[in-house]
Design a protein around this ligand. Structure first.
Ligand code: FES
Length: 154
């Protein structure tokens, strides 16, 4: 009997078991919080802008001027620019984003820039509406032809 009493006293006297358990539990909680914090940072760190909806970058080479037919045009979908050539050597650039609901226009033919989504047509000369449902013209986009014969957004 006296021996058991001595053991209890020793445990009670050190007092270490309870604080140690608390410390371990606390460390575990911190570790979980730390992982959650890292995950949150990883998810929130994506600040990259895909560039969709913005102005095309100036100086972007769209393609060869010789690929734009006289009396027709070419849609450069990646740059979201359509270039027409109403007469030889005369290039006109417009936004290829349809002003109706934002589709990229499909092609140029019969003097118009044509949107395949709902049938809007824009005059290839000046981007004005030739046929609805769009009611606003295609915004103009400056383009130039460089010495290598490439069309450049400017
Ligand atoms: Fe072009 Fe509707 S988005 S006609």
């Amino acid at each position: 009997m006296p021996q058991e009493d001595a053991q209890e006293e020793a445990t009670a006297a050190t007092g270490t078991p309870i604080p140690r358990r608390a410390a371990v539990a606390g460390a575990g909680a911190l570790a979980v919080a730390g992982v959650a914090g890292i995950a949150a940072c990883g998810n929130g760190g994506n600040g990259g802008d895909s560039g969709s909806g913005g102005e095309p970058e100036k100086g972007t080479v769209l393609g060869k001027a010789s690929d734009v037919r006289v009396g027709g045009g070419t849609v450069f979908a990646d740059a979201e620019i359509v270039v027409t050539q109403p007469s030889k050597g005369e290039f006109h650039g417009f936004s290829a984003v349809c002003t109706h609901q934002g589709c990229i226009v499909e092609n140029v033919g019969n003097g118009t820039i044509n949107c395949g989504c709902h049938g809007s047509k824009f005059n290839a000369d000046d981007g004005s509406v030739a046929q609805g449902p769009a009611s606003q013209p295609l915004p103009k986009q400056q383009v130039t032809v460089n010495s290598a014969g490439e069309i450049v957004a400017s």
